[in-house]
Write a protein that binds this ligand. Structure first.
Ligand SMILES: Cc1cc2nc3c(=O)[nH]c(=O)nc-3n(C[C@H](O)[C@H](O)[C@H](O)COP(=O)(O)OP(=O)(O)OC[C@H]3O[C@@H](n4cnc5c(N)ncnc54)[C@H](O)[C@@H]3O)c2cc1C
Length: 540
């Protein structure tokens, strides 16, 4: 399945067999449904075979039980809620759970704080800033500024980054354990049954559980990859030397940011991807603009590849690929595998707890963050949602409101901003043009190139574009997508516009500070009706 229309075709075929609670998702390629009594399985297979899609695997799921509100006897349980993991989802959940006066346990098999503070957002953004400063010292757009830079010292940079990580881990995570009276259990969690978990031979019983075990780098099956010394995002951020040449497998936000970082530090970087288009889920204008801007800075993108194999001779890694029917080999000193992340569920023995997982091991949750077992919730990267720390924290809070507060709160992921911290940065919120059309909106768009934005002109850096998607009928802003300096800062205003249904006029009628990149948002809104290149300064 490739789009919403495919979902509709499959749903219609399943409806004909009179199946119930049909839920088809083209992105995961999965269909779930209940089979009422009297319906034969072969009629379902026949219905699916009548569609142009192939089904690969059939799984029988445990029967979903009704959520029981029956109070559980306190004496029999060690905790009201036992959190598995100590990342952002778990900590947000713990803090919320204290508001309900709950007895909280938290299990962690590794370093407290999880991905974001230890090996993700914090270390990567600290080094990205250093890389940007280094690059702007080597190359700047201003006449008369004769700057230069020495070879960066990675040992010092990594040391400083580690100090920051240690400080933030202590202040934002470790110190909170005693402040919020959380019982920390060190070790790997494994369900024994739906009420009990075992950690290092000890058993803990809890009324409710939250699975917040995050995700780890996914390593694709490419011939020879298991025999070469490759890096993941974690080991790359600890490199003590800058590789002369770095090949990155993948092109998601982590691949792009880390490739960009090492390009700024002086490596010759090549990003290789299977899809034909960079950032294939983004609007095409955004993909093109981002690729153009980053290629201009020296990054090589190789798209639409088929991997033939990977080898290492001495320290040189060789990636054999076929592109447009031509065989090629890309050689480099270091190889980064950044081809996505997979949920950390293998060790949890979720079967024993009747918790259902998807094809990639992700925990399946409903709108209440509840799993197929009503007493067990899940939040963050371990589920199928967008893998950002603010999503993890938000879901952790909602899960507790439901698990302990019994609030029946639904998660709303309709306005999740995303930022890729390259320069220019790439930011997006809401629907792309294609998604808006698929959802039945009468979509109209405005496209503003950065050479019409005063802040970009005075920066002498006009690479980039802002694209707005709006509904012609209601005039509401449905999506904002941009490639620009400071896009990550601007996207918060855009998130409010999308989330609260602001119209084009709401944006054009509001003042935007002159010579900020955020003014680009207003100018892009004006572009729906006007040619902004014909406006005076401080456009109105
Ligand atoms: C390089 C990189 C850069 C990133 N940059 C950003 C960014 O700029 N902005 C952003 O929003 N997001 C960013 N992210 C994503 C962000 O870090 C994650 O979305 C977020 O940290 C997920 O939080 P979590 O609580 O779901 O899981 P995690 O933080 O991964 O926590 C899960 C914890 O569970 C533990 N665990 C796993 N299994 C078990 C078990 N069986 N028993 C006990 N403990 C277990 C793990 O050890 C881990 O500590 C980045 C990620 C990476 C890798």
């Amino acid at each position: 399945m490739t789009c919403k229309a495919c979902e509709i075709h499959v749903t219609e075929a399943l409806e004909k067999v009179k199946l119930e609670n049909i839920d088809v998702d083209y992105q995961s390629g999965e269909s779930m449904f209940e089979i009422p009594e009297g319906i034969e399985e072969k009629s379902i297979y026949a219905a699916l075979e009548s569609t142009p899609y192939k089904f690969v695997e059939v799984n029988e799921l445990p029967e979903k039980k009704e959520l029981s509100n029956k109070p559980l006897d306190n004496d029999n349980y060690d905790f009201d809620i036992l959190l598995i993991g100590s990342g952002s989802a778990a900590f947000s959940a713990a803090i919320k759970a204290t508001e309900y006066g709950a007895r909280i346990g938290m299990i962690e098999r590794g370093v407290i704080g999880g991905t974001c503070v230890n090996i993700g957002c914090v270390p990567s953004k600290a080094l990205l800033k250093a890389g940007e400063i280094n690059k702007s010292a080597v190359q700047n757009p201003f006449a008369g500024l004769h700057t230069s830079a020495n070879q960066p010292d990675m040992t010092e940079l990594v040391q400083q980054k580690d100090q920051l990580v240690n400080k933030l881990r202590r202040e934002k995570y470790v110190d909170l354990i005693s402040a919020y009276d959380i019982e920390l259990i060190k070790g790997e969690a494994r369900f024994i049954n739906e009420n009990e978990i075992e950690v290092d031979g000890k058993t803990y019983k809890s009324k409710r559980f939250l699975i917040a075990t995050g995700a780890s780098p996914f390593v694709p099956s490419i011939k020879g990859l298991d025999k070469v010394d490759y890096l993941t995002s974690t080991s790359l951020l600890d490199l003590k030397e800058i590789p002369k040449r770095l090949t990155v497998l993948g092109s998601g936000f982590i691949a792009m940011e880390l490739g960009f970082l090492f390009n700024n530090l002086g490596s010759k970087v090549t990003l290789i991807q299977r899809s034909e288009r960079l950032l294939k889920t983004y609007d095409p204008e955004i993909s093109l603009s981002a690729e153009h801007a980053l290629s201009e800075q020296g990054i090589t993108f190789i798209k639409g590849v088929q991997y033939d194999g990977i080898e290492q001779s001495d320290d040189i890694k060789k990636v054999f690929i076929t592109v447009n029917g031509q065989r090629e080999v890309v050689e480099s000193d270091e190889l980064l595998v950044a081809t996505g992340r997979k949920a950390n569920t293998e060790m949890l023995n979720l079967k024993a707890a009747h918790v259902e997982v998807g094809l990639r091991g992700e925990v399946k949750t409903d709108a209440y963050c509840q799993t197929s077992n009503p007493r067990i919730y899940a939040a963050g990267d371990v589920t199928d949602g967008p893998q950002y720390v603010y999503v993890a924290a938000y879901e952790g809070g909602v899960a507790i409101d439901n698990a302990i507060g019994n609030k029946k709160k639904e998660i709303n992921l309709s306005a999740v901003p995303s930022v890729i911290f390259t320069s220019p940065s790439i930011a997006s919120v809401g629907l792309t043009e294609r998604q808006a059309i698929e959802k039945g909106y009468e979509a109209k768009t405005s496209i503003l190139h950065l050479d019409a934005v005063p802040r970009a002109l005075v920066n002498f850096n006009t690479y980039g574009v802002i694209k707005l998607v709006a509904d012609s009928r209601s005039q509401k802003i449905l999506g904002v997508h941009m490639v620009s300096d400071q896009a990550g800062e601007v996207i918060y205003a855009a998130t409010l516009a999308v989330k609260y249904g602001l119209t084009i006029t709401d944006l054009t009628d509001s003042m935007a500070p002159y010579l900020t990149m955020a003014e680009g948002l207003k100018l892009a809104a004006l572009t729906f009706d006007k040619d902004v290149s014909k406006l005076s300064c401080c456009a109105n």
